[in-house]
Design a protein around this ligand. Structure first.
Ligand SMILES: NC(=O)C1=CN([C@@H]2O[C@H](COP(=O)(O)OP(=O)(O)OC[C@H]3O[C@@H](n4cnc5c(N)ncnc54)[C@H](OP(=O)(O)O)[C@@H]3O)[C@@H](O)[C@H]2O)C=CC1
Ligand SMILES: O=C(O)C1=N[C@H](C(=O)O)C[C@H](O)C1
Length: 247
């Protein structure tokens, strides 16, 4: 595949390494310095674009790829308030987009088990639940996209929780969630690549379900595999659609 990398920071550079290892060619890398002058024509020869940029840039990058009719994998988080409108445009204009809050296999297994766990605990109202995410201090968005996906998995399988609320712990906003609110606590600590925990607690015990990323390699390899998976497909996909854990 000929690949355009939209975003060439921690993730973009690692994705380039995995793409080359798998025999692909990175034909253009884009960061803040060349983004302003980038046109649809500059990217139209690509088989796929992979966006790991910044929350504030994701929508314009998506529009550019749609304009150039280049299939797009979006790993950037922090733009999910616009998911529905992007999906509509993608389908109306016959484009290809796959997005995911987390491309690692481990986290996608975690997403699957998280839903099963929520379903199993649903009848036992003595358990309260909260989500905790820890990331590096450079992260621009909170809560993490992964924590939002985890929260949605719980909300869709809970009689009690109806929406998530977020507390950035260092801000000390001291949110006390209402019974129908699912708290996502966000911590920012040095260079942590990404840790997510779901905690169920009752008066008599606690269940903790945790994923710890040791580095970013799982995310980067997953993004390249997602780009390969998207080849020849039209439509709007989530990374979870690449996996079938029920087989
Ligand atoms: N889905 C997943 O599995 C994962 C998702 N992510 C997400 O990916 C994103 C990037 O993470 P990370 O690589 O760590 O971040 P970095 O800050 O290391 O890199 C961001 C890159 O984007 C560039 N950039 C800034 N604005 C634009 C723009 N408008 N268009 C294109 N590029 C731009 C920056 O350029 P410059 O250096 O010039 O400022 C930089 O090269 C985040 O949203 C993060 O949450 C991260 C890991 C896994
Ligand atoms: O910004 C990051 O670093 C990460 N972002 C993604 C997210 O918001 O969930 C995925 C991973 O946790 C690392």
């Amino acid at each position: 595949m000929k690949i355009v990398l939209l975003g060439y920071g921690k993730m973009g550079q690692l994705i380039e390494k995995f793409a080359q290892k798998r025999g692909h060619e990175v034909i253009l890398v884009v960061d803040q310095h060349n983004r302003e002058t980038l046109t649809a024509q500059d990217i139209q020869d690509a088989d796929v674009a992979i966006d790991f940029s910044v929350p504030s840039g994701a929508l314009e990058n998506i529009s550019l790829c749609f304009e150039a009719s280049v299939p797009l994998v979006v790993g950037t988080t922090g733009w999910y308030d616009h998911l529905d409108e992007v999906k509509d445009i993608c389908l109306e204009t016959d484009q290809s987009l796959l997005y995911g809050s987390n491309f690692s296999i481990g986290v996608n297994i975690f997403f699957h088990i998280n839903k099963m766990l929520a379903k199993a605990i649903q009848p036992y109202h003595q358990y309260d639940v909260q989500v905790e995410e820890i990331h590096h201090v450079h992260k621009l968005d909170a809560p993490s996209g992964t924590a939002i996906t985890i929260a949605e998995g719980i909300l869709n399988n809970s009689d009690i929780k109806q929406q998530w609320v977020n507390e950035l712990v260092d801000d000390g906003d001291g949110i006390i969630p209402k019974p129908n609110e699912l708290l996502i606590e966000s911590l920012r600590i040095e260079e942590v690549p990404g840790t997510h925990t779901v905690l169920y607690s009752s008066e008599v015990d606690q269940i903790e379900f945790k994923h710890i990323a040791h580095n970013r390699e799982g995310f980067a390899l997953g993004a390249v595999i997602a780009a390969e998976w998207l080849q020849g497909k039209k439509g709007f996909y989530q990374v979870t659609e690449m996996f079938d854990f029920n087989k």
